[in-house]
Design a protein around this ligand. Structure first.
Ligand SMILES: [Zn+2]
Length: 287
């Protein structure tokens, strides 16, 4: 448990370092982490079960290592876990060698913990040219972060990226909706109702072109009791219109075989949400 005096001294330490913004973020995270992560996940999993929807959790490997039993419990559900790096750091700041090492370590931990993985999303959705090549080199089937770039985020279909050797990636990339929960909650301080409205509007845009939409809904935010309703409202709407809500890997596999969505669904809705930390202590270590 983190007590207040420890928090205060740590905040004072930060004040000298990176200023007000970091402190505000830390205070927010402290508040969010007051609810145990298992409880946040439980809320999300219950709703997913109710709507027969699947979720993909990009998970930081060092975080997985810090609480293997929680990961094992999460794995007992029919959802997907993807690699979200070894530590939650910005890859473009690392040398190619360091980046490769981060991925190697992450894969090693996933194998050690026996977590099957096919996909990757870089921390902060931050990629350099090296990162884009490394996703290919390490044999990932799909990438869920390159699609956040301005040129891709408004798309509604899978795409490939060009590698430095001139070839197109064999892995599949997916546009990532710009309306992430951190944007809606941290930046715009929207209510759960407004969030649901925005998420549904995005889903409808994808439906118009029989395309796909992928959201980034972090369990640490969307699992809070004041925001969880936005997920159920989105899924209620998804059910009404006959949307398909699979894991990312299932969607990628199905599309590559049939070039359409399962059951001729009018739209494919991909729910993803990064798990960067399980506890506030994980967060402090990272910062
Ligand atoms: Zn992250």
């Amino acid at each position: 448990m983190v007590n207040r005096s420890r928090l205060t001294s740590w905040l004072m330490h930060l004040r000298g370092r990176r200023g007000k913004q970091v402190i505000n973020h830390a205070v927010k995270m402290f508040r969010f982490h007051k609810t145990p992560f298992s409880q946040l996940l439980q809320r999300i999993l219950e709703i997913l079960d109710e709507y027969d929807a699947k979720f993909t959790f990009p998970l930081v490997a060092a975080t997985a290592q810090s609480n293997p039993s929680l990961v094992e419990w999460l794995r007992s559900f029919p959802h997907e876990i993807a690699i979200h790096g070894y530590k939650h750091i910005k890859y473009p700041f690392l040398s190619p060698k360091q980046q490769a090492l981060e991925l190697k370590k992450a894969i090693h931990i996933f194998r050690e913990l026996k977590i099957p993985y096919k996909g990757f999303r870089a921390p902060y959705n931050a990629y350099s040219k090296t990162t884009i090549d490394l996703v290919e080199e390490f044999g990932f089937k799909w990438d869920g972060g390159i699609g956040y770039r301005h040129e891709y985020r408004h798309g509604y279909e899978f795409f490939k990226v060009k590698l430095r050797n001139g070839n197109m990636s064999s892995y599949t990339c997916i546009p990532l909706c710009e309306w992430s929960d951190d944007r809606m909650i941290d930046r715009y301080k929207l209510s759960s109702e407004k969030m649901a409205k925005i998420l549904i509007i995005q889903l409808e845009k994808a439906r118009k072109v029989n395309g796909l939409i992928m959201y980034d809904l972090h369990p640490i935010r969307i699992g809070q009791k004041e925001y969880i309703q936005s997920l159920s409202s989105l899924l209620l709407h998804a059910r009404r219109i006959g949307a398909w809500v699979p894991t990312v890997s299932d969607a990628v596999d199905y599309w590559s075989k049939y070039q359409r969505w399962k059951g001729h669904a009018p739209v494919c809705c991909l729910l993803t949400g990064d798990i960067d930390n399980f506890t506030f202590f994980d967060y402090m270590r990272r910062t």
